[in-house]
Design a protein around this ligand. Structure first.
Ligand SMILES: Nc1ncnc2c1ncn2[C@@H]1O[C@H](COP(=O)(O)OP(=O)(O)OP(=O)(O)O)[C@@H](O)[C@H]1O
Length: 783
């Protein structure tokens, strides 16, 4: 294999540099033109609300374009195909046409159909490609050119690739690059099996199952970018939602889509999917497991029904000097009507109230209007209607009735249910005391401390209660009313501050604010101005339905979480990504079919990824043994590379675990990003110990984030401390796994947890233990 440094004696470098200059010159012209257009739009003002709204959409479009151009700046042009018929295709991060008369294509977007052969062609299936060229650039200058000749009989092929692996040298270079703690895009080296998923045309549910490091997350993100490119019209309006396991993970992947020029995607954890709720609190595994069970649905239904209660004894209320009684019989009849309306609780309240008032008015009429002679009703129907109307205006009567059918919020119902042992017992008939105890939370706990597992329960309650629909509309109406009032004020002020001489004798030639716009139009303009991106609007609206949903680490979702996710995507166009061997959450799944059958029967397709791009073979040898303990029939993904670094095990005194971690880090002169994965129970202790020792060494941090040196450059990042739950989906150059025997013991899914921990590494694995190593790791070389 050969590569060409940037020098002028390689004609390929010169040729590509010439093209690169052309492409960047055009990008600069596009940037300048869009910048000018944006400036001109920003200078404009006034006009009809429609003109204003058009201006805003142009503004947004120009800003989006500029963002896209900026995102494309780095490694803009990276690939070239010379086809058998002589055609040359140049592939880059975005498509660029020249501004000549012929609109010559200078660069094809990597997502365009014509670019596809760049990712698919192999010597065995060359896809009409004679030569694939990989161009590595830096700061607008060509650094390296690699050619792959795909015609099988060509003896001068430099980089023929192995089997299905394409762009192998570029791929290995990418995989060996030190990690920064932020995921990068892989447009230059997408592999065949990955490309087939990224560009899948399937419009239903696609499950991508693959072992650790097979690029599932990378594929998911590139699929989002591809779908936005191919179905921009629909998806830019309805949006794409990507669900990830925790906020560290979302931070880790957060830059990938912007680097691909896409910003309209909503990234969220399950705990963030309910507007205005930030569920970050932790809770025991057993509690998470119980909250994730489908049986919670009945519990919540019962909790809501329990709020539709009956009076124990008749309640006397005063109505126009008469005593009327609200008793169980009356409430029960109204409750029956409301329930049989089949509306959600809050929406059925009007049925309940109408029916109860009707019965109460009838009773009262009977009491005061019956003839003493024969008991017949002497009041006319309009008299009775008057009583009904008066009663419905009577605040005491309304309040007393509504005690038995109150307006509910999901937060209140859930908080009160979990804090009240008696209510819990009533709502969980047949449950074990242990499961009930797992659900109970002390009323003293901070009510705002919701956990991620609470969020699907809130969402379910919102459905049962009808919250976030009527309420959201009412809120919207209220907001509109306020906006209207503000607009009116603004207009009044404008008119009021007109020069006095105009006030006295209005010059008909001078247009006043009122002549240009009325309050309603002004309010509408304010709405336009505050119009957020699709992702922002979707985030604030529980009832938003997306065009496409991608769930990453999907094996961790509970049955209740799936219900919530499915409500966000009625068209069921989804990409579900995960590895059932890595399931750590006790409420998570080990069977895709079990999860999906209730929603799409068997109408879903499974795609598999088989190559591990992250973990070197030396580490996978041990991880594969652990996998066999998770599932004896499972096959570990094949590592793409060996790196010659054997994992090592270091024995420590139980009291010196933290000290040994630091000693190992120092002695081995670790470079790049280091992740330390510890069992849950000792996490606080290790964190504290590392903080104490680390203060002197300034070495370990719990929080993610990169460190910068004095010049503002990213320096060797400090090691990060994790539990298995928080390291899901992340990767480090070096992983230090602490006390594997404890990781196994801490959960019924302990072997899955250990499997996850062992496979985070891109280069080196160190195991530190005070207990004996599990048999699977027992022969690891010691240090
Ligand atoms: N085609 C590729 N080119 C370059 N890098 C790749 C490619 N595919 C995957 N990678 C890299 O391999 C690493 C693992 O990918 P990713 O995190 O997407 O795997 P995963 O299957 O989601 O793993 P896990 O199940 O452990 O979360 C990442 O650094 C990713 O950038």
């Amino acid at each position: 294999m050969s590569s060409s440094p940037a020098r002028t004696d390689d004609p390929r470098t010169d040729e590509e540099q010439t093209h690169l200059d052309l492409v960047y010159a055009r990008l600069d012209r596009m940037r300048a033109t869009t910048g000018k257009r944006l400036a001109a739009t920003l200078r404009e003002s006034g006009g009809t609300p429609q003109a204003q709204s058009e201006r805003e959409s142009y503004e947004r479009m120009y800003v989006d374009e500029l963002t896209k151009f900026d995102a494309a700046e780095h490694n803009l042009y990276f690939g070239r195909l010379d086809m058998l018929d002589g055609e040359t295709r140049r592939i880059g991060r975005i498509g660029i046409l020249d501004d000549d008369d012929a609109d010559t294509t200078l660069l094809l977007d990597w997502r365009a159909p014509l670019s596809r052969a760049f990712y698919l062609a192999t010597p065995a299936a060359p896809e009409e490609v004679a030569r694939r060229r990989h161009i590595r650039t830096r700061h607008r200058s060509v650094q390296v050119v690699n050619d792959e000749l795909l015609t099988a009989d060509d003896a001068s092929a430099e980089d023929v690739g192995h089997g299905d692996v394409v762009n192998e040298s570029a791929l290995v270079a990418a995989l060996n690059t030190a990690r920064t703690g932020e995921m990068t895009d892989i447009v230059e080296t997408i592999q065949r099996e990955q490309d087939l998923i990224i560009r899948s045309t399937h419009r239903g549910v696609t499950v991508i199952q693959g072992g650790p490091g097979t690029g599932k997350t990378a594929v998911a993100l590139h699929r989002a970018a591809y779908l936005l490119y191919t179905h921009r019209e629909i998806l830019s309006r309805s949006g794409i939602l990507i669900i990830g396991p925790n906020s560290d993970f979302l931070d880790y992947i957060g830059q990938v889509l912007p680097s691909l020029g896409e910003s309209g995607v909503l990234l969220a954890t399950i705990g963030e999917l309910f507007p205005d709720v930030h569920a970050r609190a932790d809770e025991p595994r057993a509690t998470r497991e119980v909250k994730g069970r489908l049986a919670m649905l009945d519990v919540l239904k019962r909790a809501v029904r329990a709020r539709e209660s009956l009076p124990r004894t008749a309640i006397p209320v005063n109505f126009e000097g008469y005593a009327v009684e609200i008793d169980s019989e009356l409430i029960k009849a109204a409750r029956g009507k409301a329930r049989s309306s089949r509306r959600a609780h809050n929406q059925a309240q009007s049925v309940f109230l109408r029916s109860a008032l009707h019965a109460l008015a009838a009773r009262h009429a009977a009491a005061i209007g019956s003839s003493l002679l024969d008991g017949s009703q002497m009041l006319s129907s309009s008299d009775i209607a008057d009583i009904h109307a008066d009663m419905s205006r009577d605040t005491d009567i309304r309040a007393t009735l509504l005690d038995f059918w109150p307006t509910l919020t999901p937060q209140d119902v859930l908080r009160e249910l979990l804090a009240d042992k008696a209510a819990l017992r009533k709502c969980t008939p047949g449950w074990s005391d242990e499961d009930r105890a797992a659900l109970h939370r002390s009323p003293a706990e901070d009510a705002s401390d919701l956990t991620p597992a609470d969020v699907p329960l809130l969402d379910e309650l919102a459905e049962l209660i009808g919250y976030g629909t009527a309420e959201a509309q009412a809120r919207e109406k209220e907001q509109w009313r306020r906006q209207l009032a503000e607009a009116q004020d603004a207009l009044d002020i404008l008119t009021g501050s007109a020069p006095q001489d105009l006030e006295d004798e209005l010059d008909p030639e001078i247009l006043m604010a009122y002549d240009l716009i009325d309050a309603e139009q002004l309010a509408a303009r304010q709405t336009q101005t505050s119009r957020a991106t699709t992702a922002e609007r979707a985030y604030g609206d529980r009832t938003w339905t997306f065009g496409h949903v991608i769930v990453d680490e999907a094996q961790e979702l509970s049955a209740m979480a799936w219900r919530m996710v499915m409500r966000r995507i009625p068209n069921r166009w989804m990409t579900i990504i995960g590895d059932t061997a890595q399931t750590g959450d006790l409420a998570g799944t080990t069977s895709w079919s079990e999860v999906l059958t209730p929603y799409v029967a068997n109408r879903w397709q499974l795609r598999e990824l088989t190559v591990n791009y992250r973990t070197p073979a030396e580490i996978m040898t041990y991880a594969a043994r652990v996998l066999r303990r998770v599932d004896p029939g499972a096959t570990a993904p094949t590592s793409l590379r060996k790196n010659g670094i054997e994992p090592v095990a270091i024995r420590a005194e139980p009291s010196r675990l933290a000290a040994t971690i630091l000693e190992a880090a120092t002695a081995l002169e670790l470079t790049g990003l280091t992740g330390i994965v510890v069992p849950d129970a000792i996490h606080p202790m290790i964190a504290q110990a590392l903080a104490n020792i680390g203060e002197a060494h300034d070495k370990v941090t719990e929080a993610p984030g990169t460190d910068t040196d004095a010049s503002g450059q990213v320096a060797n990042p400090r090691p990060r401390l994790h539990t298995v739950t928080t390291c899901k989906g992340l990767e480090f150059d070096t992983t230090i796994v602490v006390e594997p025997a404890e990781l196994i013991d801490q959960s019924p899914r302990g072997f899955s947890d250990l499997y996850v921990a062992l496979t985070r590494s891109t280069q080196r694995l160190i195991v530190i233990h005070s207990r004996d190593l599990p048999a699977e790791l027992a022969d690891m070389p010691t240090a």
